[in-house]
Design a protein around this ligand. Structure first.
Ligand SMILES: [Fe+2]
Length: 431
C-alpha cells in the first residue's frame, strides 16, 4: 500500500490528457499476496493522489476513479485464485500476468466508459487512446510478480527496493513527456517565426492548428491523425521561409513568375521537414494543403479523395482562418457567418463538402447560421479535364468560380491553383 501511495502521488500527465501512474505493479503484487480483499484495500487507499487530497478533483470524480480501479482489482484477484498449481513458480508467474491483464483491461474499459460519458465521446475511441499504455502497463506485471516473491522470501522490507526502479521508470515517462513538449514548443516557435514575417499573419498557424484539430475530432480521426494535424497545422506554411520578402509581402498583383515562387511553398515546406523522421506523417498535409477538391489546386492538381484527408481538413481550417482575419487587401475581415457561407458555397469546388460538414459541428461554427450544402450541381473536375493543359491558361469556359466578398474577387483559375497570389482569394494565400 505504501509503494502504491508513493507511485500514485506523482502521476505523469500524458499528452492525451490522461494521468499515468505506476501503482499497477504494487496492486498486482497485492493480488498475489493477499487475494481480493487485500487488493481492494491497496487499490482503494493506495491510489489516492495529491490532487485529490488538495480537493482539485470533485467527489464524484474520486468515486468514479475508485470504482474504475477497485472493481477490476477484485476481479483480477479472483481470476488469480482460479489458477491451480500456483506453488509452481512458472504457473504462478503466468497466472500473475493473466490476472494483471484482466485487471488492466477491465480498468481501461471502465475508465473509458466513465470518460466517454463525461466527454460525450465514443467509448471505443477512449479505449483506443489507452492502447499505447497497455503494453507499458503489462511490462510492469513481471515486476509485480517479482515483488510478491521477494515479499514472501526476503520479507516486507525488501519490497521497498522496488521503489527505486519504479521511480526511475516514472522519471523516464516524465522525460518523454517533457521532450515531446519541448518539440511541440520548438515547432510552434518555428511556425510563429514564419508567420511573423508578415504582421498580418502573426498567430495564423496556431489558429489553423486549433481549427483543424477540432475538425479532425468532429470527423473522429484517430489520435495519430489528430497529432499529425497538430503539427501539420503549425508547419503547413513553413515553406514560406524560402519565399523572398519581395514576393511574400508584395501588395500588388503577383507576376506569373512570382506566383510560381509563391505556389512552390508547399513543396518547399515538405522538403524542409523531410529530414525529420518524426514529422513524416505531416509531409502529405504540408505538400497538399492547397489542393482543391475539383483538382484546380497545386502542386499536383489532385482531385477529391486523391487529396490526403488531413490535407483536405487543413485546407478548410486554413481558409476559414484567412477569411476571418484582416489582410492588407481586405482590412475588414469576413464575419464567421460569412466565412461559413463561403465554405459551403465552395464545397465540392475548393473544399471537401464532408469536411465542411464536420467544420459545422465544431465550436468555430457554434451559433452560426449554416446554409447547408448547396443544391446538387455538376462538380467540374477541372484537374481531370485540364490535365493536359500546360501553363494552365484558363481554357474557354472551363472556368472559374467567382464571387465577391468584402470587395475582393474570389476566383479559381483552372490549372493555376487559387487566385494569383491569393490576394482576395478564398484560399489562405499569402496566409
Ligand atoms: Fe499555404
Amino acid at each position: 500500500m505504501g509503494l502504491a501511495i508513493i507511485a500514485s502521488s506523482v502521476p505523469v500527465l500524458l499528452p492525451n490528457g490522461s494521468y499515468l501512474d505506476l501503482a499497477f505493479a504494487p496492486i498486482v503484487a497485492s493480488m498475489s499476496l493477499g487475494g481480493p480483499v487485500a487488493a481492494a484495500w491497496v487499490s482503494m487507499v493506495g491510489t489516492t493522489q495529491l490532487r485529490e487530497l488538495r480537493r482539485q478533483v470533485p467527489w464524484y470524480g474520486i468515486l468514479a476513479n475508485r470504482c474504475a480501479i477497485a472493481s477490476p482489482t477484485v476481479l483480477g484477484a479472483l481470476t488469480l485464485q482460479l489458477f491451480p498449481y500456483r506453488d509452481i513458480p512458472l504457473v504462478d508467474f503466468v497466472a500473475t500476468l493473466v490476472a494483471g491483464s484482466c485487471y488492466f483491461t477491465l480498468n481501461i474499459l471502465v475508465t473509458a466508459l466513465i470518460v466517454s460519458l463525461r466527454d460525450k465521446q465514443s467509448t471505443w475511441h477512449q479505449v483506443r487512446s489507452s492502447g499505447g499504455a497497455y503494453l507499458n502497463m503489462l511490462a510492469l506485471a513481471p515486476i509485480a510478480w517479482l515483488m510478491a516473491q521477494i515479499y514472501m522470501t526476503a520479507g516486507w522490507w525488501a519490497v521497498l527496493l522496488f521503489a527505486m526502479p519504479l521511480y526511475t521508470t516514472r522519471i523516464a515517462y516524465t522525460r518523454f513527456v517533457e521532450v515531446r513538449e519541448m518539440f511541440t514548443q520548438t515547432v510552434s516557435s518555428l511556425a510563429e517565426a514564419v508567420d511573423k514575417r508578415d504582421t498580418f499573419t502573426s498567430g495564423h498557424s496556431q489558429q489553423v492548428q486549433k481549427i483543424s484539430v477540432d475538425i479532425g475530432k468532429a470527423m473522429k480521426c484517430s489520435d495519430d491523425e489528430i497529432e499529425a494535424l497538430e503539427w501539420g497545422g503549425l508547419l503547413h506554411d513553413i515553406g514560406k521561409i524560402g519565399v523572398p520578402d519581395s514576393v511574400l509581402l508584395k501588395q500588388e498583383r503577383l507576376t506569373r513568375e512570382e506566383r510560381m515562387v509563391m505556389n512552390s511553398h508547399p513543396k518547399l515546406g515538405a522538403d524542409i521537414i523531410a529530414p525529420v523522421k518524426r514529422l513524416a506523417p505531416e509531409i502529405p498535409i504540408i505538400l497538399h494543403h492547397h489542393e482543391w477538391f475539383n483538382g484546380s489546386g497545386y502542386p499536383d492538381r489532385l482531385v477529391a479523395d486523391e487529396i490526403p484527408k488531413l490535407a483536405r481538413i487543413l485546407h478548410v481550417a486554413d481558409a476559414f482562418e484567412a477569411m476571418t482575419a484582416a489582410r492588407p487587401y481586405r482590412m475588414t475581415p469576413l464575419t464567421p457567418g460569412q466565412a461559413l457561407a463561403e465554405l459551403r458555397k465552395f464545397g465540392g469546388i475548393q473544399f471537401d463538402p464532408a469536411v465542411v460538414d464536420a467544420f459545422v459541428k465544431t465550436r468555430w461554427a457554434a451559433g452560426l447560421t449554416d446554409p447547408g450544402r448547396p443544391s446538387v450541381r455538376e462538380v467540374p473536375l477541372i484537374g481531370q479535364a485540364a490535365g493536359g493543359l500546360s501553363g494552365g491558361v484558363p481554357a474557354g469556359g472551363m472556368a472559374s468560380a467567382g464571387t465577391t466578398i468584402g470587395g475582393s474577387t474570389i476566383e479559381a483559375t483552372p490549372g493555376q491553383g487559387p487566385a494569383p497570389n491569393g490576394k482576395g482569394s478564398l484560399s489562405a494565400e499569402p496566409a
